[in-house]
Design a protein around this ligand. Sequence first.
Ligand code: DX5
Ligand code: ZN
Length: 224
Amino acid sequence: MMQRKLKIAPSILAADFTCLGEQVRQAQAAGADMLHIDVMDGRFVPNITMGALVIRAVARVARIPLDVHLMIVEPERYIEQFAESGATTITVHVETCPHLHRVLTQIKEAGCHAGVALNPHTPAESVREVLDMVGQVNVMTVNPGFGGQQFIRATTSKISQLRRMAMEAGRDMDIEVDGGINSRTVAIARSSGANIMVAGSCIFGHAGGIAAGMAELRRAAANP
Ligand code: DX5
Ligand code: ZN
């Protein structure tokens, strides 16, 4: 089986916000394929992070796609705002969308790529009927809400299942993993069928700096 190209998406949630622009430039220079931006509302998840203002600021320095992950209730209220702020891909959680098909259509009409995210307990089946509408599926490998949590191994069977579902449907789709990805867990996510690796603390919190964190992760993903 041809593997989808490996992409690394540093999550700015773990960046130093006193110098966010500089951190973004460093991640880019170190070969980041996209930037992951975690929007949390204190309702769907027990934490509040950033919104359109920060996306707009990052868009001014970024030369790579912005992968915006919405962990908010009623995401349909904010799609156009995030699109206008510079989001390339907008991912919504299946758990927040009773009308998932409608929201994914809205994202595409706003000119963005659409993604859908699944909490650890949410089955792969829940996205089967919308697979043809999305460019990527985000398999949450932690319970969303915070950076720096531990990778939940039980999610790897869902990654393989989604990769199989995509292949059966003839879809060459990106599968993203998000949470607890580091040089010890990245290879298992990769061999299960994921190709976009979101990583926050192991990149921005690396003792050797952002470039060292990126290099270590890329090496570990390539050598399971
Ligand atoms: C968690 C967020 C993640 C988070 C990952 O709710 O969706 O994107 O930033 O952080 P690490 O890599 O530190 O687990
Ligand atoms: Zn995320």
